[in-house]
Design a binder for this molecule. Sequence first.
Ligand SMILES: Cc1cc2nc3c(=O)[nH]c(=O)nc-3n(C[C@H](O)[C@H](O)[C@H](O)COP(=O)(O)OP(=O)(O)OC[C@H]3O[C@@H](n4cnc5c(N)ncnc54)[C@H](O)[C@@H]3O)c2cc1C
Length: 602
Amino acid sequence: MPDQRTVILDTIRRDGAFDVVVVGGGINGIGVLRELALQGLRVLLVERNDFCSGCSAAPSRMIHGGLRYLENGEFGLVQESLHERDALLANAPHMVRPLPTTIPIRTVFSGLMNGAAGFLGLSETPSSRGALAIKAGLALYDWTTRKRRLLPRHNFRGARATFAQWPALDPKLRFSATYYDAWISYPERLGIELLRDTARLAPDSLALNRAEIARVGSTFELNDTTSGERFSVTAKVIVNATGAWLDSAIARLDASETPAAPLVEGTKGSHLILDNEPLYQALGGHMIFFENADGRVCIMFPYLGKVLVGSTDIRVSEAGRVRCEPAETDYILAAARLVFPSIPVHADEVVFTYSGIRPLPKSDHAFTGRISRGHSVHRIAGDIPQFCMIGGKWTTFRAFAEQAADEVLAELGRERLCGTLTLPIGGGLGFSAHPASLAADLAGEFAISDERAAYLVDRYGSGARDIILFCLGRPDDIRLDDRTETTAAEIVYLIRHEFVTCLSDLVLRRTSLAIAGDISMVSIERIADALAAERGWNRQRRDDEVKSLVAELDTYHGVSQEMLDQRTISGAQNESQRQSPDEPDVHQRQLPRCGARSRRVQ
Ligand SMILES: Cc1cc2nc3c(=O)[nH]c(=O)nc-3n(C[C@H](O)[C@H](O)[C@H](O)COP(=O)(O)OP(=O)(O)OC[C@H]3O[C@@H](n4cnc5c(N)ncnc54)[C@H](O)[C@@H]3O)c2cc1C
């Protein structure tokens, strides 16, 4: 049977006439592909790298109303974001989950005028946020969602109650407040699930990663960069969803009329994943949403058994691939130490770093936190009009896609056939309100371990059943190594169904092996074996893939070859100790069986 990419390319080769070409496969491009495809249009999405590999792989992983935007006076954005947050909690409950968020507070009165000052343009940097300003913001947050309350209201605590719950918090605190937002466990996977939904519901529309497109006369030339093959494609409308790259993409798609000034400007943001058990325990399952010494709001929360801390916000003059620089690591570590001053936090606890460029609307604000996180669509006239998607947040991707799609539909004189506000996403379809009982049912039905069932439900929601059916009875349904529940058979499923073109797609975006600090040299080798077997690669090609992934992890994610080797050794020692507690011989190790290790599940 031809593989997924071959089928997509054959279809384009047979018929390259599309109503709309969407350029850029981040969450906003994927969102608009789904919107337009569901209205009966034939749409092609073209992504230069992998889907959700740009800014969409770099968020703080909050699905949130944006409490902070209140002090910029962006009440409409907060209202829309809360609406979309609640829609995601309902449509993707397997990945978007409630997150109790606690704000440590030092003062009573300060920051009261931040909202007014920001709104009137009187102040750039907000002053420290005190109890009254935070209380007012949280009351507004609660009021906005009063008619569809999915999450509890906020509550305020004095110092004694605060330290009773978080004894390690900074002793100088006077109050704390807890409110509820949400977090997303695997944003890159949600992007893939949206693509799979679109392929199922609107099979005439297509999405292609590792491809480039450029205007040639009255048509477009599509270049499959994995093979170098070129295709001729036509479109009535272009949607430019290239995020931070938007301005440079405009001319490639049609040079006839370009805006006089740039539409987008980028600010870079980085995060660290820390393996620090005392910090993890101190958080008590909450996000701490705190103010750093420079007035910027930072976040820290328990993520996949580790601690996620971020972020920075640094203007960049040009879009490109970015990484967390040493000065940013120092800034984030210093911020983490502010919150729980008695807990030591060391640079060698960083197991993964990531970084991205926020595609923000062009702005003159000196303080980057003041630049709007709102979104807009800018139409560029031409024989093939181009609709540019400017700004946005992960949380609001659906509303932004809906807005852009409505403008495209109006351009083409087409009616909207359906909406997406209540449409379940991927493994959110038919997802149980009680994931633990779904896991128990699957464990019983298929005789798999409770741990494996819980892991699969956590990753794939209701899609866990498909994975189990695929893996059942396969000889390679064996864990990649002691650090993970992911099996080689599961990797084969992902390769066949999830638009995988290379090793880094699997390690960085289809699984959470890298971000959770679980990737080791032995698991890289096993994933490479599976991919090479599926693609029919020779030894050289396979080894080149491994080399290129190891270099990428080192350069962009702070994961060195030494760390990968060390994880292999410690995994082997754990496994052989379990198999033979008296003889910890790493060379006589057998492959770990599924579900053999207990793991924190959030
Ligand atoms: C540090 C940080 C923290 C954040 N935290 C949050 C958060 O907690 N919650 C939240 O809601 N939002 C958050 N965001 C914002 C959110 O991540 C972004 O708004 C969103 O991901 C932008 O998606 P996008 O699709 O517009 O851009 P991208 O994801 O960057 O997608 C653009 C795509 O276009 C592709 N491309 C570029 N040029 C071309 C070309 N010529 N041809 C083909 N493809 C091309 C790129 O490869 C890229 O994949 C955060 C962002 C950052 C950086």
